[in-house]
Write a protein that binds this ligand. Structure first.
Ligand SMILES: [Zn+2]
Length: 232
């Protein structure tokens, strides 16, 4: 994505800002089945009289389900913070790593999403996959989509022979707690592409009024010399 295009997309609106209040009331519990009712995504649950322990949502079975549902790209399946190596002396890359690491560490007590920008091969997809891996280990439902692939699925859903519908394709995109859209800039920005992008952002924003929601967006900016990361 060019810097200009990034501006056109008004990426500042992607933050999917959740309501400031902590939705820990009983009502929020019932309205948010994806958020763990025992630990609210913190990974620790309190056992009366015994203290805190790792939450039951962190069991391997649940994590396996979350991993399967997240659709992490196969090439990046093993990507984590542990095997991410910023180029020595590259300050913006290190900062991107720090933002990503902090997001996972502090989640859900964060209020802004992230946008990674930079040329191919600078670790944007690695870092975003590492974020999702870290969040899934905390029991958070996540979804990874390459933007172009998502658009293709939506287009295919218009085919009367296909067994799917646009809404069926988009429902997980709207509903998942943390969404990564990769390769934003790799798609030619036609009116339809822009409209679809805005529809996703607006719907997630509206959903976020009743649910906790985050989006980490990725863009490709081949004009930049290095990768950098900004908070949305
Ligand atoms: Zn839990």
């Amino acid at each position: 994505m060019s810097a200009q295009l990034a501006k056109n997309y008004q990426l500042s609106v992607i933050s999917d800002a959740a309501p400031a209040s902590n939705n820990t009331s009983e009502v929020a519990r019932q309205d948010s089945p994806e958020v763990c009712a025992f630990c609210y995504g913190t990974g620790m649950e309190v056992v009366p009289g015994k203290g805190a322990r790792h939450c039951r949502c962190r069991t391997e079975e649940r994590q396996a389900k979350l991993f399967a549902a997240a659709h992490l790209p196969r090439r990046y399946e093993q990507c984590s913070f542990a095997n991410y190596h910023p180029v020595p002396g590259n300050g913006t890359q290190l900062q991107a790593f720090n933002y990503a690491f902090k997001l996972v560490d502090e989640y859900p007590a964060i209020d802004r999403g992230l946008l990674f920008m930079g040329p191919v091969g600078t670790g944007k997809t690695h870092l975003s996959t590492a974020i999702l891996r870290g969040l899934i280990e905390k029991g958070i439902p996540c979804l990874f989509y390459e933007f172009g692939a998502l658009l293709k699925e939506i287009q295919n859903s218009y085919n009367p022979i296909s067994q799917t519908s646009e809404l069926k394709v988009l429902a997980p995109v709207y509903e998942t707690e943390v969404l990564v859209l990769d390769e934003l800039g790799a798609v030619k920005p036609t009116d339809w592409v822009r409209d679809t992008m805005m529809q996703i952002i607006n719907t997630r924003y509206n959903v976020s009024l009743r649910k906790r929601h985050w989006k980490i967006a990725l863009a490709r900016d081949s004009e930049a010399a290095s990768m950098r990361c900004v908070k949305l």
